[in-house]
Design a protein. Sequence first.
Length: 244
Amino acid sequence: MIIQDDNRRDQTRGPSTDGDIWAVLPVKDIEGAKGRLSPVLSPTERQSLFRAMLEDVLEVLSAVRRLSGVLLVTKDQHVCNLGQRFAARTLTESENQGQTAAVTLAAKTLVAEGVHGMITIPADVPLATSAEINALLQAHASAPAITIAPAHNELGSNAVVCSPPDILPLCFGDNSFLPHLKRARQLGIEPRIVSQPGLSLDIDTPEDLVSFVQRPSLTRAFAYLRDSGIALRLTTRADGTGTA
């Protein structure tokens, strides 16, 4: 369910064209974020990490000139406030219904406004870069078209570009990549697959987190883990030379 579109589409961007693509970023409440990391991070640490990752992704998206805008789908006011710093628009949910429902809501909203396409990206891919997002958009064909960036294990779908936004019934989860390929082909569309090293690593599990800290980066997420001592704690644990 949607309560309010907090800032309607900026009409100064001009009419919809074949290059009119919006980024959709579904975001759960920060307070309960990243529960699967609870074996290695406290609630406060998970919230701080998630906020840092979200800022990393918002900054990257805001730098992609090919995008017409960024649309957050959330019910967390803190997330809404953060999005405003990056000129993101917000659709406010009445409750968290999951990534699939949030993206579906965004797709319907964008279609109703005549937007040509969307790219949906999760908030937990801090290594994603604007160059990687541009590469996906560059590879994307004219509508009807679908382009997918898989997760590092080729199980999940870490980014999906759809033209029009509602062309593909999306369903996210740990094993969404192959089902998305199948659904696209059932529609008579051969999806383009564009693997990107930064975008491929979504931080869901303790193993993902260790992989991330082992790849030093100029991200807010890495800086937080390093400066808080969490990175050292995780790598020490992974090496078997200590405990978390």
